[in-house]
Ligand binder design. Structure first.
Ligand code: HEC
Length: 181
């Protein structure tokens, strides 16, 4: 008899759950739901991360890079009814071109580096402007900001070049276009 009792006791101890309080029960139930979901979520993420773009994709292209490193706040107050107010070369440079030309990123001639600028300067302002408008190698068209006017690009080129040893004349502002009918 004592033998059976002993066995029964051992039996019930074996089956006693580690969950002793309602709080533990709730924790267990929640974890039992949340953990698998979390793991599934992470696995799905891992599998689909193959679709995320990395090296060699567009995200590292000069245009995307220029966008990423562009200043966060760019406030353009434009009076749509009035004549277009062109940004100065300095404004354009500071807003757009500085991203690459201040430090000489990706082979860009560095602002103030007369030796580096002497190469394009020799080709003439027209060539430089046309390269800046169309883009050249790592430089995207218009420095990545297609809203810039060609005249603003010209001004920025002159501003950069003249601060880097060149002596181009400040370009004349184009006559305001005839209002659209
Ligand atoms: C994303 C980087 C980047 C930005 C932004 C950028 N540039 Fe450049 N720029 C370059 C690189 C790189 C070169 C050198 C191209 C080459 O010769 O290989 C270059 C070259 C130039 C040249 C010399 C072109 C020639 O004839 O060889 C001019 C002029 C120029 N940039 C003007 C500008 C102006 C103006 C802006 C702003 C509106 C601007 N860049 C914005 C990267 C940039």
């Amino acid at each position: 008899m004592s033998n059976t009792q002993h066995k029964e006791q051992a039996h019930s101890e074996e089956h006693s759950s580690p969950i002793k309080t309602p709080k533990q029960l709730i924790t267990t139930v929640v974890l039992a739901f949340v953990l698998p979901i979390l793991i599934i979520f992470l696995l799905v993420n891992l599998v689909t991360s193959g679709n995320q773009v990395g090296a060699g994709s567009d995200t590292l292209g000069p245009e995307a890079t220029a966008k990423r490193i562009a200043p966060v706040a760019r406030l353009d107050l434009v009076d749509a009814s009035g004549p277009k107010v062109f940004k100065t070369g300095e404004q354009v440079y500071k807003a757009v071109c500085t991203g690459c030309h201040a430090a000489g990123v990706a082979g860009a001639p560095k602002f103030g580096d007369a030796a580096a600028w002497s190469v394009p300067v020799k080709t003439g302002l027209d060539t430089m402007v046309s390269n800046a408008i169309k883009g050249k190698n790592a430089m995207p068209a218009k420095g990545g900001n297609p809203t810039l006017d060609d005249f603003e690009i010209t001004r920025a080129v002159v501003y950069m070049a003249n601060n880097s040893g060149a002596k181009f004349a400040e370009p004349a502002e184009p006559a305001p276009a005839a209002p659209a009918k």
